[in-house]
Design a protein. Sequence first.
Length: 94
Amino acid sequence: MARNRASVPVCDHGLTQVNTVWVDHWDLEPDRLVEDDAYALWFGARVLAILQREYGADEPRNWWSRYNTASPEPRAAYEEALEPWLVAALENRR
């Protein structure tokens, strides 16, 4: 499995691409996010849970895309790319 960091304009670390905002907020270990999948999954899930609680669990479009970015324009593009996945996820919940 490839280990990675994506870095423009913030750095995303590891399997779940936890970004610099959360790394700094929780004082996480960036290298561990890249090297330890369980650590990355734990904090990726934690970020999603916080966003879900903050923006409303009933409508994934309100919180899911914020995992990618808080900036409105890039988030809109990400939401458009995710649309087929979100529709399928909502249909599977019913």
